[in-house]
Design a protein around this ligand. Structure first.
Ligand code: NOJ
Length: 554
């Protein structure tokens, strides 16, 4: 029986490598997470999404899995995992694991066998093709990897090419093969039988490729999408996986859904479809980026228009609400402009603006203390994507400068610097040498300092916000209406349910913004605010980054 518990959840995402290291090897681990379970509980979240913790050679930090049933050695053991899961459940926290099923690591035994010979029974677990041209030395088609360059890698052993939509160490699985689909369902069942509560499904919309793998329309960065994003058998594959695994448990699934639009989202998540429960829509995250990499100016109306559109999904669909994850730069600055000394106000404003909408909020580690982007030198970037960007950029005029400009704003590394626990050695993240540089901001931005900030603790504000959401039917079920859609400074909306109305005002500017309200919304009391004395009137003067929720007098 599905209880749809996720509709009452706030999910905290942990990127385990960077969260907390318990044994001084410089890499976050499961025992580190265990030591912070009370910290997570006290934040008032009731679910955790854990980025991959499976065995992996770490070409893409765990998103390249070499064994789906084993824990990565640096992260600990299966016994640690079980203890962590038990600790979460004992605190009323559900656990969602990352399911990376579009591809494996090239070190997975399936691929090792697959590449060994054309006749191996595992050959057909992956997507192998002959090259083009007389000598077969040109890739089978023009598709590009999401990390740049061709999506094909030539393999000497058998003289054929394999498809990898990510790094060449991440060969794509062939979902046309029923054995592959059975393997994935078995893996899900293995973890759910252990008590795991669901999955965040990595690039799940890429699993079905069009027959014949035709060339894509020319696009130097992302070529081929139209032949594999929500491909011809996508829905069939997901329904089958749901039936053979997820539906047997009280599970929750959220798909990382590049390419899903407002128009086709219901086909992916409407309850009656029996597919995914929710998706991460990325449209709002693209309002200040072209093609996910090239930054352009943030404009509030463009951003809120997308949020509002997604709030109008049909009743049978459920939204997710997020501004950060391990692939995105930090939201502070990005969506707030220069916040100067108003970091508390800016961070809490974003929290209110997002979390008062309808849907399940996701908070990414560090967001709850207002962590910010890092200043990297070229050699500091460790992520496979950043390295690939530099290597491609080196081949074009001014490439390096362009790469630096884009990565400073867009690199995934920003989200992956170690969690800042205190101002002491290595920010309290590790007793050893951190696997990745710390953001020097840890001297002032860290959990200990935040907790000491009293009324200006971002963590405490998040905890209050989560407590406020809990059991609040207006936030859970209420209708949504945006006010003054073209406003460049203030995001304003109401949520209404059974005669109760909440008004949400969020000033995205580091200066006072005035906002006029219609008479029926101009009297009420503040029930949550990041200033101690927010008040309502016919024309509200919102202070820098002021965000408040008002209960409107009926
Ligand atoms: C999406 C994940 O979030 C990202 O970190 C990863 O690199 C790709 N999928 C490939 O698995």
């Amino acid at each position: 029986m599905k209880t749809r518990w996720y509709k009452d959840a706030v999910v905290y995402q942990i990127y385990p490598r960077s969260f907390c290291d318990s044994n001084g090897d410089g890499i976050g681990d499961l025992r580190g997470i265990i030591s912070k379970l009370d910290y997570i509980k006290d934040l008032g979240v009731n679910a955790v999404w854990l980025s991959p913790i499976y065995k992996s050679p770490n070409d893409d930090n765990g998103y390249d899995i070499s064994n789906y049933r084993e824990i990565m050695e640096e992260f600990g053991t299966m016994a640690d995992f079980e203890e962590m899961l038990e600790g979460m459940h004992a605190r009323g926290i559900k656990l969602i694991m990352d399911l990376v099923a579009n591809h494996t690591s090239d070190e997975h035994e399936w691929f090792v066998k697959s590449r060994s010979s054309k006749d191996d029974p595992f050959r057909d677990y992956y997507i192998w093709r002959k090259g083009r041209g007389k000598d077969g030395k040109r890739p089978p088609n023009n598709w590009t990897s999401r990390f740049g360059g061709s999506a094909w890698q030539f393999d000497e052993a058998t003289g054929e090419w394999y498809l990898h939509l990510f790094s060449k160490k991440q060969p794509d699985l062939n979902w046309e093969n029923p054995a592959v689909r059975r393997e994935i369902a078995d893996i899900c069942n293995f973890w759910m039988e252990k008590g795991v509560d669901g999955f965040r499904c990595d690039v799940i919309t890429y699993i079905s490729k069009e027959e014949g793998l035709p060339n894509g329309k020319f696009n130097p960065i992302m070529c081929g999408d139209e032949h594999f994003v929500l491909g011809p058998r996508y829905h069939e594959f997901i329904r089958e996986l749901n039936k053979n695994s997820w539906a047997k448990f009280d599970s929750y699934t959220v798909g990382e859904s590049t390419g899903v639009t407002f128009e086709n989202a219901p086909e992916c998540i409407a309850e009656e479809r029996g597919e995914l429960d929710t998706i991460f829509g990325f449209e709002h995250m693209c309002t200040d980026m072209y093609m996910e990499v090239i930054p352009h100016k943030f404009k509030l109306p463009r951003f809120t228009a997308v949020l509002s559109k997604w709030q109008s999904l049909p009743e049978s669909c459920w939204n997710t609400l997020f501004l950060e994850n391990h692939d995105q730069p930090r939201s502070l600055g990005r969506f707030t402009g220069d916040f100067g000394d108003k970091r508390y106000e800016a961070a809490t404003m974003l929290a209110v603006a997002m979390q008062m909408q309808k849907g399940t909020p996701f908070v990414y580690q560090g967001q709850e203390i207002g962590m910010v982007n890092c200043k990297f030198r070229d050699e500091d970037y460790l992520d496979v994507m950043a390295r690939q960007v530099f290597s491609i950029a080196a081949k074009i005029p001014f490439g390096k400068a362009i790469a630096r400009y884009c990565l400073a704003r867009r690199a995934r590394d920003h989200a992956r610097t170690p969690m800042q626990w205190n101002a002491g050695a290595n920010a309290g993240f590790t007793a050893g040498k951190p696997w990745m540089m710390l953001n020097p901001s840890y001297k002032t931005i860290n959990v200990e300092a935040d907790k000491k900030a009293g009324e200006k603790s971002i963590y405490a504000f998040y905890a209050r916000l989560h407590a406020f959401r809990r059991g609040n039917e207006v936030i859970k079920c209420g209708s949504y209406r945006q006010l003054d859609k073209k406003n460049k400074s203030v995001y304003a909306y109401t949520r209404s349910h059974e005669g109760k109305t909440l008004l949400v005002l969020a000033n995205f500017k580091n200066k006072t913004s005035k906002f006029k309200l219609p008479p029926e919304l101009s009297s009420g009391r503040a029930v949550l605010s990041n200033y101690p004395d927010s008040a309502l009137s016919a024309e509200v003067s919102l202070r820098p980054y002021e965000a408040a929720v008002f209960e409107i007098n009926a």
